[in-house]
Design a protein around this ligand. Structure first.
Ligand SMILES: Cc1cc2nc3c(=O)[nH]c(=O)nc-3n(C[C@H](O)[C@H](O)[C@H](O)COP(=O)(O)O)c2cc1C
Length: 172
């Protein structure tokens, strides 16, 4: 049954990365907000998750499907304002079950925040967060928005998916 991409995002950047990965690999892509197949129907699973207030939005879905996920290879990509590094890795560890973190591979991508597309309350939360943030670059991003979308960032993940297709019988 090969692989599939399941993603969770709110403002479109995680969906954009998931669609780019789908176009590059031919894997079907599912938004977890809509009903779709069970991940256990696939030989391997690619998860995509945005990060909102230090939390992975896919965390509840991942917990619900944990046993199925642990029985097959899992590749996770996160989409955040923060760059790849210890901060994002810490949020992943803090949000997902330890068994899943140990089992999967993580790829961190940077997304987009267009303040015109978020509601007034979220804008206010971001402004307050910006004032409290001690990291000047992150504070500026929260205050003004940003666009770090980068299609080439998916290349290492696409290469990993192609390798999995070769390794898993029937997954090509
Ligand atoms: C309310 C809000 C909170 C956010 N919190 C974080 C955060 O804690 N860390 C971070 O790196 N990025 C944060 N971001 C940035 C998002 O991760 C980024 O905009 C991402 O591209 C959103 O994905 P989406 O477009 O799929 O919803 C936040 C964005 C919003 C709107």
């Amino acid at each position: 049954m090969k692989g599939a991409i399941f993603y969770s995002g709110q403002y479109g950047s995680t969906a954009q990365y998931a669609n780019w990965i789908s176009e590059a690999t031919g894997l079907p892509v599912f938004d977890i907000r809509h009903s779709g197949p069970d991940p256990s129907e696939f030989d391997f699973v690619v998860l995509g998750s945005s990060v909102i207030i230090y939390k992975l939005t896919i965390r509840k879905w991942a917990e619900k499907h944990l046993s199925g996920l642990l029985n097959r290879p899992v590749l996770l990509h996160t989409v955040s304002g923060a760059p790849p590094g210890p901060k994002v890795d810490g949020w992943v560890r803090g949000c997902l079950p330890e068994s899943l973190v140990a089992h999967m591979e993580h790829f961190a991508f940077r997304g987009r925040l267009d303040l015109k597309t978020v509601g007034w309350f979220t804008r206010m939360v971001l402004k307050v967060g910006a004032m409290a943030n001690k990291d000047p670059e992150a504070s500026n991003d929260e205050f003004n928005g940003f666009d770090y979308m980068d299609k080439s960032a998916i290349d290492p993940l696409v290469a990993r998916i192609e390798r999995l297709k070769e390794l898993l019988p029937g997954a090509a």
